[in-house]
Design a protein. Structure first.
Length: 390
């Protein structure tokens, strides 16, 4: 490792009292060896992993990312790394844990049509930080781009560990040309969001456009979803559900998900902001309830507003550690807690399906009722794709 600036930074990271897990794919993996080259690494590095192949990254994230090299993917990797740090150091205070994720697309031995870019993200119990830079294509070889990627990771690690980074920042800035500007985003969590992440809370109520925290009042109708993004189909479902059930609808966004990475604080703020802008009177519940069994325990005797595709997933044994038996037990508990499902037809594998078209166990079908005549073929995935292209 060249120079004492970076050696000094790493030494201070090792002495910071923070313990971290790093996940680095693409470029920047030299940051791992550089951290380990400086004495004291065992005090700060819990684990470092390189999910380089597509299958390895999918396994790390729990599913295929929408973009392999993006700021969003780096944040997802960092959140997964933070969760992994909790697993590896259960006796360490969560305030001392750090997750680091990095993904890069750099010069290679073949012509690359896309941009050369680096995305680094850091996650703690109270903040999400990301740094991204697009490198001038053809200006450097892979070795030099690797150096930049590694140093950007080390700078991010230093920042999140709250050690002195000014000398390293100046050194790194001097290696970029004018067109290469590092974009930095940071979201500091509301205290209640951190309590959700660390398991101290199960639910946070957001009050309308103000975004203020409110007291927990037991909702009678709950509309769970990712709302990524919130769109007209969601809003219409909420209106129809409220009219049918003569009750106000509360939207529910779970920070954790059974088949997706946990939401980081940048992502939570983005989705909360969409409600403030599009449906300012909406009541939004932030939870740590990834399964409907957990949602039912939080909101007993409520009606869940769902699409046909969601009801199908409730009946899929692969979502349950105990398979078919555990699936049946979960559905039975949901029913015992007095919860029901109001089902809206959706496109499922390219074909519109309502409740009557679904192959469901009788125990689940008995607690479902359908909203007829509804069709809104809006795809959140397609909307996100269109947004990236615009």
């Amino acid at each position: 490792m060249s120079g004492t600036v970076w050696t000094k930074l790493i030494g201070e990271v090792h002495g910071s009292g923070r313990q971290m897990v790093l996940a680095v794919t693409g470029g920047g993996t030299k940051a791992i060896s550089q951290l380990l080259d400086v004495a004291g690494a065992s005090r700060s590095v819990l684990e470092a992993t390189v999910p380089y192949a597509a299958a390895a990254l999918e396994d790390w994230l729990g599913g295929e990312p929408e973009q392999w090299c993006s700021e969003v993917t780096a944040r997802q990797m960092a959140m997964r790394a933070w969760m992994r740090a909790r697993e590896l150091a259960p006796d360490v205070a969560t305030a001392g844990l750090v997750g680091v994720g990095a993904t890069a697309s750099l010069a290679t031995d073949r012509e690359k049509r896309g941009e050369h870019r680096v995305h680094v993200a850091m996650q703690t119990e109270r903040q999400t930080v990301s740094m991204s830079v697009t490198l001038e294509k053809g200006l450097r070889d892979r070795k030099k781009e690797q150096w930049l990627a590694a140093k950007l990771i080390l700078l991010g690690v230093g920042e999140i560990c709250e050690v002195e980074v000014s000398a390293a920042a100046v050194t790194l800035a001097g290696q970029f040309v004018e067109s290469e500007q590092v974009e930095r985003h940071e979201q500091v969590a509301q205290a209640a969001w951190s309590e959700l992440l660390t398991g101290q809370r199960k639910c946070v109520v957001m009050n309308g456009s103000s975004g203020e925290l409110g007291a927990t009042v037991q909702p009678r109708v709950v509309f769970p979803g990712a709302f990524n993004p919130l769109h007209a189909g969601h809003r219409r479902m909420a209106v129809l559900a409220a009219e049918r059930l003569c009750e106000a609808v509360a939207y529910e966004l779970s920070m954790t998900n059974v088949d997706k990475p946990a939401l980081d604080f940048v992502e939570i703020e983005r989705r909360v902001q969409a409600f403030r802008e599009q449906d300012p009177k909406a009541r939004l519940l932030l939870t740590d309830a990834p399964t409907f069994r957990e949602k039912a325990r939080l909101f007993a005797s409520c009606t869940f507003v769902v699409g046909a595709d969601t009801v199908l997933r409730i009946a899929e044994p692969r979502y349950y550690a105990g398979g078919q038996q555990e699936c049946g037990a979960a559905i039975a508990e949901i029913a015992e807690l007095g919860c029901r499902f109001l089902v809206f037809g959706r496109l499922v594998e390219g074909r519109y399906q309502g409740l009557g078209d679904l192959n469901l166990p009788d125990s689940l079908r008995e607690i479902c009722e359908e909203v007829g005549g509804f069709r809104e073929d809006v795809s959140s995935t397609e909307l996100r794709g269109a947004s990236r292209e615009s």
